[in-house]
Design a protein around this ligand. Structure first.
Ligand code: SF4
Length: 431
């Protein structure tokens, strides 16, 4: 069968820009669509193409007219959900392909996509289930028995078999099809360093359950690690790419696995720079592991500090504390690994809290702070607890840079403070 996998264009909207002319807060996603490359890797008996509309935004019509896929798969995060619906309509109109939607928003709020122009929704890790779906469609079999796949039924509630995700869902023996995005490769760069960057997955899911986070639902709360030899194979496939971003939500979630991977990289003589997402408590409990990874090429870590008070961390169910965050920062500075720190600004912030956060970032010499606004993404615990307070329901604004619940400060003042903090942080950023 002919299968087209579609990465939506950058499409989120910005309240500060539209309402107050503050244009520095718009969220732009960059990087290769690894999830689609992974799916393609398990569809090797079919003719598969990837169209990356983030890299080349207006190419869908031409690809549809020329390729005329039998099946089109679209991925998307929450702020892309409306765009996914528009893409589905366009695909139906141009070539009438069977439309399958997956990705973060489909996994956390599948009911959103129970709409006319969508035929199937893949929920959670889809490398094995999409393959099952395609084979079943091809043979004319019954698709409703495939766990983790919902057949849409607009007007009714979705009914589907929940999938119990396990290591088999990773289909480790099949590598991602990195070749399918070669025409876009030059645009996948780390803008601050102007270096080409490639994505590799080492694990999937997360066992923690932070209230704002939509990762846990991806593998039913499980943490699944790829085999070491599969990860090394994928790193080698990106042979001429100098920087590898390990794109897992929680890369060192299994320290023993992380150690074996590090040893594998060193034994294979792989010389790359690595970036990885790590929890601060992992840094503190396994500082020797970080030292070993530094020797293997770990250049930067992305840490979700989120909040700078224990009360705030508890509210987010982060299962972590400020003292551990401070100790992790000290260890990473000592080792010489740069820190990209995620912080979440609450719509409740007043000027004093913006100032306190600015001071914390400066005092702790966070190399590159990433500041997002606390956003109740559908499907999260946070959404359930604040859904009555939500004033903006248009998912185009769920970019994590808009306040979709009321701000304590006058809204314009809130965004001025937010933009000012971001500007001062980035002026000092060291990467
Ligand atoms: S924020 Fe990080 S630790 Fe918490 S659930 Fe999400 S991925 Fe896991």
């Amino acid at each position: 069968m002919k299968i087209l996998l579609v990465n939506p264009p950058n499409c989120g909207r910005s309240i500060p820009e539209e309402q107050y002319g503050i244009d520095s807060l718009k969220q732009i996603f960059r990087g290769e669509p690894l999830a689609l490359e992974v799916l393609a890797g398990n569809l090797e008996t079919h003719e598969v193409r990837i169209v990356d509309l983030k890299a080349e935004p207006s190419t869908l019509q031409d690809v549809l007219s020329e390729f005329r896929p039998d099946i089109a798969g679209i991925t998307g995060v929450t702020c892309e959900a409306n765009t996914v619906l528009m893409l589905a309509s366009e695909i139906k109109e141009v070539c009438g392909a069977t439309v399958v939607v997956g990705g973060m928003h489909a996994s956390n709020d599948p009911e959103f996509f129970n709409k006319r122009d969508i035929d199937y929704i893949v929920i959670g890790l889809g490398k094995a289930s999409l393959r099952e779906l395609v084979s079943t469609i091809e043979s004319g079999g019954e698709t409703r028995t495939i766990a983790g796949v919902a057949k849409t039924d607009p007007g009714s509630r979705l009914s589907y078999i929940h999938r119990r995700y396990c290591a088999l869902d990773l289909v480790d023996e099949k590598s991602p099809c990195y070749d399918l995005v070669r025409q876009y490769r030059e645009s996948y760069t780390l803008s601050s360093l102007n270096l080409r960057v490639g994505f590799v997955a080492t694990a999937f899911g997360c066992p923690y359950n932070c209230s704002f986070c939509c990762i846990a639902g991806q593998a039913g709360g499980r943490y699944l690690t790829h085999k070491i030899e599969s990860i090394l194979r994928d790193i080698r496939l990106l042979e001429d790419i100098p920087v590898i971003r390990l794109v897992d939500a929680n890369t060192f979630g299994n320290p023993d696995h992380a150690r074996r991977l590090c040893e594998g990289i060193q034994e294979a003589g792989i010389k790359k720079h690595f970036l990885a997402d790590i929890r601060s408590d992992t840094v503190v409990c396994h500082s020797d592991l970080l030292l070993q990874w530094k020797e293997a090429g770990l250049r930067s870590v992305i840490i979700g500090f989120e909040e700078i008070s224990n009360e705030g961390l508890q509210k987010m169910k982060k299962a972590n504390n400020v003292a551990t965050n401070s100790e992790a920062i000290r260890i990473l500075h000592d080792i010489g690994i740069t820190i990209v720190g995620d912080f979440i600004v609450s719509p409740d912030y007043k000027e004093a809290q913006f100032e306190t956060l600015a001071r914390y970032i400066e005092d702790n010499a966070i190399d590159l702070p990433i500041l997002t606004v606390l956003t109740p993404l559908p499907g999260t615990h946070l959404y359930e607890s604040v859904k009555d307070q939500i004033v903006i329901h248009d998912l185009d604004y769920y970019t994590l840079t808009n306040a979709v619940t009321p701000t304590q400060l006058e809204e314009e003042v809130f965004y001025q403070n937010y933009a000012g903090l971001l500007k001062s942080c980035h002026a000092r950023a060291k990467i």
